[in-house]
Design a protein around this ligand. Structure first.
Ligand SMILES: Cc1cc2nc3c(=O)[nH]c(=O)nc-3n(C[C@H](O)[C@H](O)[C@H](O)COP(=O)(O)O)c2cc1C
Length: 328
């Protein structure tokens, strides 16, 4: 499975509705779920927490945990549910996650993580991958990172997604941890150079096609989070420039298909806002962006928004399309 470009796992963002929407725009990127804790995956409502539409594939399940038995159970569940990959979160710095011993704090526990990965690999036949940071707290040292990666490689992990900034567990909020620690792409490049046999996916602060191309000169793939969530149609540039796809859907076609999905989902009990909230950025940087956002916030963002209101959406879309074409 090729992971030239993937969309990052993002809590409260990359749920199944967002992924369905993104897949309408790009067939070639790899998608990731939001992180799910092992206990929720095992004991929670599986349909609600883990089900997805087949259109979303290829799709990886991201899990948070540090209990090897639980992690191996989740790996098996992921395989049984037809996910294409299981990814362990070793990069999340939130307090809650630290308390439960998963996420970035596990960068200080290489032996434990390696046992967990080994168990996961032994219990499923889909790739087990790791998403990590380049360092943690006062450790931003290539040798530490490389040793950590070597340990997980010995346990059988062959793919590493590396967010090119360290995590600071005390004193910074999760949001600050996405911006304040400095990006250090060189460290990720060095990991790739020292371990040419590993699949290394670089992540953090990537927002432009040129940047993707430059990273791909050295790394096997790039992972992008916020730039795609805020501007989902960026995926069309990625399809064109990175995957050389000539045909791409217009925003109008995307909206039409999404409305069909919305109608089907509403009949199954999904709330309108749970789907439409992910589309706020559809006209990012375009004429009509404000109108689009206003329409969504006035009609489709409340918990009890009425599906009938969505019927008017294509008028907004068509007006926006005309305005943008006239502007070319
Ligand atoms: C709202 C939000 C939620 C996130 N949730 C997760 C998560 O569940 N698992 C994870 O590994 N990383 C999570 N991240 C981090 C992203 O996966 C990614 O590593 C980070 O945003 C850097 O990439 P970017 O600069 O392209 O956004 C989250 C980031 C954001 C902005």
């Amino acid at each position: 499975m090729k992971k030239t470009v993937s969309v990052a796992p993002m809590m409260d963002c990359t749920d199944r509705h967002d992924r369905f929407f993104l897949r309408l725009i790009s067939k070639n990127v790899m998608l990731y779920t939001e992180m799910i804790a092992t206990k929720s995956a095992i004991y929670g409502d599986r349909k609600k927490n883990l089900s997805f539409s087949p259109e979303e594939k290829p799709l990886a399940l991201q899990v948070g945990g540090s209990d090897k038995k639980e992690l191996s159970q989740v790996a098996k569940i992921a395989e049984d549910m037809n996910y294409d990959e299981i990814n362990i979160n070793l990069g999340c710095p939130s307090k809650k996650v630290q308390k439960n011993m998963f996420g970035a704090c596990l960068m200080k526990e290489p032996d434990l993580v390696s046992e967990c990965i080994n168990e996961m690999i032994n219990s499923c036949n889909i790739p087990v991958t790791a998403k990590t940071r380049i360092g943690i707290d006062d450790i931003e040292d290539f040798n530490y990172l490389n040793e950590f990666i070597l340990k997980l490689k010995e346990a059988g992990c062959k793919t590493f997604i590396i967010h090119a900034r360290k995590a600071i567990l005390k004193g910074l909020s999760p949001k600050q941890n996405l911006n304040i620690p400095k990006l250090n792409y060189e460290m990720v490049y060095k990991v790739k150079k020292e371990n040419p046999d590993l699949e290394i996916i670089i992540n953090g602060g990537i927002t432009k096609i040129e940047e993707i191309k430059n990273h791909l000169e050295i790394c096997n793939g790039v992972m992008i989070g916020r730039a795609i969530y805020q501007n989902p149609y960026f995926l069309v540039d990625i399809e064109k420039e990175i995957f050389n796809v000539k045909d791409h859907p217009s925003r109008e076609e995307v909206a039409e298909k999404l409305l069909k999905y919305l109608e089907k989902e509403v009949q199954l009990g999904t709330k309108v806002n749970h789907i439409m909230r992910h589309t706020v950025g559809l006209y990012h940087g375009q004429i009509g962006s404000k109108k689009w956002k206003r329409y969504l916030s006035d009609n489709m963002m409340a918990g009890d928004s009425d599906f009938q209101k969505s019927k008017h959406i294509m008028t907004i879309v068509q007006n926006n399309e005309k305005a943008n074409q006239a502007n070319i």
